[in-house]
Design a protein around this ligand. Sequence first.
Ligand SMILES: *Cc1c(COP(=O)(O)O)cnc(C)c1O
Length: 398
Amino acid sequence: MQDDDHTATRLIHHPYTAPADFESPVVPVAKASTVYFPNMAALRARRWVDKSAYTYGLHGTPTTYTLEARLATLEHARHVLLAPSGLSAVTLVDMALLGQGDTVLLPDNVYWPNKDFSRHELARWGIAHDVYDPLDVATLAAKLTPEVKLVWLEAPGSVSMEFPDLEGLIRCVRAHAPQALIALDNTWGAGLAFNPFAMPQGVGVDLTVHALTKYPSGGGDVLMGSVACLDDALHERLAWTHSRLGLGVGANDVEAVLRALPTVALRYHAQDAAARQIAVWAQQHAAVRRVLHPALPDSPGHAHWAATCHAAAGLLTLEIDPRFSAAAVDAFVEQLEYFRIGWSWGGAVSLAVPYQAQAMRQLPQPYAGVLVRLCIGLENVNDLIADLGRGLDALTAG
Ligand SMILES: *Cc1c(COP(=O)(O)O)cnc(C)c1O
């Protein structure tokens, strides 16, 4: 390159600025590590923690602030922080709110990696954990010592789908452990099944975590999580830990979630309706011992679901008759045509995974057969029923 060739400089410091008044249906994708300041006074004065300005890409861009504001609306919250996965949103809450000597309580049916984080990382840092039976408020009451600083709730349970008495559990914590904060993993409710901050009986949680990977993304292609709360001081506490941990999300992923968010309610309710139709159909099949879905009257915690929720996610679990071996149930899942084998849910493709209930839990489980968790996608529901029918018939015949 010639010393007198200034093209690079002229391209980098180009004087043209496009007119500002551009509006279109999608939010512009702002990408940044570096953010410019007009002068030193601005560099010294700008505040990111209340989202009033921009300082560095990790602390927020117009794109992330916009997604956070829209998610606050979805979750019925005031403040939202984005995390790189649902699990990192869970661990952010633990790290922001717990210290050496504290105890965290988890429902026995909690999303398994949440328990695993407590058993390994939290234990190394001198933070204890214990599990309670989500369907028995008295077992929670017995564990509410002065050391308990955080109580996790989840509704319904991952895989086994039992719906707890959320309001009873919250009242119990408020009465016996006023020092404890209450966090709900609201991935299933997604802000659409009920308002976790103001439940029908007038109680609410302090904060929620949401795996945006599921319904808000809707695509099976994005990993992201959020932490939502109402209280300003709690938000600041979470925001400082979030910043110190260096949690960032990619602008293209934020764009993907913003793009999917306008249809989240449509998709959620369509998958809810399809899952309920499949749940009712599956109840009559001889290979199925029991169908677990909180809207079914004989599913554990149905009355609590009915009292709290006006919708359900597109998930259900088949307890396969115990006369079928785990290997036979694996073969059933493997021969399904439309249900693919894989983790996660909330996307367009239906998924099936078999589980041994007892292996995941510390407390005794009432399930004798293998549990097959079904996540319902957006395929024609009659095609899904025919697919399951062929598989279950083959299982019975085999
Ligand atoms: C998927 C999921 C998570 C974690 O989300 P990732 O983005 O996969 O880390 C947390 N809680 C529940 C209930 C989930 O289903």
